[in-house]
Design a protein around this ligand. Structure first.
Ligand SMILES: Nc1nc2c(c(=O)[nH]1)N[C@H]1C(S)=C(S)[C@@H](COP(=O)(O)O)O[C@H]1N2
Ligand SMILES: [Mo]
Length: 287
């Protein structure tokens, strides 16, 4: 489906509509949480301050470098422990599962946070359709490996390709999103075009960009940052203000654009929706 420019919601209208929605529907959708406290970060900030090591470790350099991404055509594969493995075009995927708006907080281990209005669909929809086998316990996600486009992959800054993972229960959770857009527009390259994961209760590094493969498997996948710096990054990566990482405390955060720091919330404020996933586990021991 092509979206005519006239159908794209301008940012100002989008913000007004959001304010109207915060009373009921938006909350029920599980999209956001606390209303006015969470004013969406501006398009300009979301698209100019980016972590994307395939381009550069310099957040301010990414947007310019990422102009060469060429996110179309783009094939995505669903494979491994599923009854119906498939490879399909990213636009086909969006047509098949539709696109919803979800406004989520994003919290990076570097201590900054934003509020981002994503467009996308629940990963659960895609997984259900692929029909996981009884052996599917984890979902592994893989970013495109193409040093001709991703200049950063010419150097061994990280073990490429970038890889992430979730348990099947986390992957099936209704908050877990595959994002295709921002503010009603196509996802910009620097934010992980054309398809990226968004897991709002986990640190930002779990939200892997520019995905080409989604693999269901029995074993827990080895993930990129957990291999690169295990003292700071682990497989679980739930936002938890009580657990300090090697890089320091995670008890507070800076909402980009604000002067005073905020308290970081357990599960990034989504505890009510996700705490049950960790019933019987000591969440302070899950790194
Ligand atoms: N493939 C890939 N995905 C990635 C990263 C990356 O370097 N490469 N950085 C992660 C980190 S550390 C964060 S905080 C978020 C940042 O997303 P944003 O630039 O859209 O705000 O993307 C995550 N996804
Ligand atoms: Mo991050």
């Amino acid at each position: 489906m092509r979206i005519a420019p006239s159908e794209i919601t301008p940012e100002s209208v989008y913000l007004d509509r959001r304010r109207l929605l915060t009373g009921g529907a938006a909350l029920l959708a599980g999209g956001l949480a606390r209303a006015d406290d969470d004013k969406p970060t501006s398009w300009d900030v979301i698209t100019s301050y980016n972590n994307f090591y395939e381009y550069s470790p310099d957040k301010h350099a990414v947007a310019e470098l990422a102009k060469n991404l060429r996110p179309r055509p783009w094939a995505v594969t669903i494979e491994g422990e599923v009854a119906r493995p498939r490879t399909l075009d990213v636009d086909e995927l969006a047509r098949e599962f539709g696109v919803q708006q979800r406004i989520y907080r994003l919290r990076c281990v570097e201590g900054w946070s934003m509020v981002i209005p994503w467009d996308g669909f629940p990963l659960a929809e895609l997984l259900k359709q692929a029909q996981p086998t009884s052996r599917a316990r984890y979902v592994k996600f893989v970013t495109l490996h193409d040093p001709a486009r991703f200049y950063g992959q010419r150097r061994p800054t990280l073990p490429w390709p970038y890889t992430e993972g979730l348990t099947i229960a986390e992957a099936m959770h209704p908050l877990t999103l595959l994002a295709t857009g921002l503010y009603g527009k196509a996802l910009p390259p620097q934010n992980g075009a054309p398809l990226r994961l968004v897991v709002p209760w986990k640190y930002g590094y779990k939200s892997i960009k520019s995905i080409v493969a989604i693999r269901l498997q029995e074993e827990q996948p080895a993930t990129t940052w957990a291999q690169a710096a295990p003292g700071d990054y682990g497989f679980w990566a739930n936002v938890n203000p009580r657990v300090a990482l090697a890089r320091g405390t995670q008890s507070r955060e800076n909402r980009v654009g604000e002067l005073r720091k905020r308290e970081t919330l357990l599960f990034n404020g989504y505890a009510e929706q996700v705490a049950h996933l960790y019933a019987g586990m000591d969440v302070d021991k899950l790194r």
